[in-house]
Design a protein around this ligand. Structure first.
Ligand code: LMZ
Length: 166
C-alpha cells in the first residue's frame, strides 16, 4: 500500500482568476524544464489562463530567494500583482558541502519569504543525492518510476492562492 505522496485534494480549485509567477534556476536545465512544464500543464488543467502564468529565471537555486522577492515586487509595480509564486530549483549533491549549504539556506529563506511577500511561496526546490533521483522526480527517468513533482507544485499553488488569497 503506497503511503507516501500528496493526498487527494479536498476539492478542485478554480484557478481562472489567479496570476502565478514561476521563477526557476538555470542549473540542471533539462530537469528544470520538465518540472516547469509539469507545473504549467497542471495549472492550465485547473483553469489558470496561460497569460496569467509569468515565468522568470535566475542563475542558480541560491539566487531564488532574492530573485523571488524582486520578481514579486516588480509584478506589483507593473500593476500585474501575483497571487502565488513557485520558485523552482534542482540541487544535486556533488563532492563538496556546497549542496548542503545551498539546500539548507535556500529552503529557510524561501519559507521565511512568505511573510515578506504576503503570499504563498510554493517549495519547488529538489534536493537530490543523485541525478537519477532528480530525473525521477521530474518524471523523466528511463523507467518513469515517479510522477512529475512540478505537477504537485502547480496544484498546490492554485489551492493556496484560491483558498488563502487576499
Ligand atoms: O552547485 N550546484 C548547484 C548550484 N550552484 C550555483 C548556486 O546556486 C549559485 O547560482 C552560485 O553559487 C552563484 O551564486 N545551483 C543549482 O541550482 N543547483 C546546483 O546543483
Amino acid at each position: 500500500m503506497a503511503v507516501k505522496g500528496l493526498g487527494k485534494p479536498d476539492q478542485v480549485y478554480d484557478g481562472s482568476k489567479i496570476r502565478v509567477g514561476i521563477i526557476h534556476a538555470r542549473w540542471n536545465s533539462v530537469i528544470i524544464d520538465a518540472l516547469v512544464k509539469g507545473a504549467i500543464e497542471r495549472m492550465a488543467s485547473l483553469g489558470v489562463n496561460e497569460k496569467n502564468i509569468i515565468v522568470e529565471t535566475v542563475p542558480g537555486s541560491y539566487e531564488l530567494p532574492w530573485g523571488t522577492k524582486r520578481f514579486v515586487d516588480r509584478q506589483a509595480k507593473l500593476g500585474e500583482p501575483l497571487d502565488v509564486v513557485i520558485p523552482i530549483g534542482v540541487l544535486i549533491k556533488g563532492s563538496t558541502m556546497h549542496f548542503e549549504y545551498i539546500s539548507d539556506s535556500t529552503t529557510h529563506a524561501l519559507m521565511n519569504l512568505q511573510e515578506k511577500v504576503d503570499m504563498p511561496v510554493i517549495f519547488g526546490l529538489l534536493t537530490c543525492m543523485t541525478e537519477e533521483q532528480a530525473l525521477a522526480r521530474a518524471g523523466i527517468d528511463a523507467s518513469h518510476s515517479m510522477h512529475n513533482h512540478g505537477e504537485d507544485w502547480g496544484a498546490a499553488a492554485v489551492e493556496m492562492a484560491v483558498k488563502f488569497g487576499k
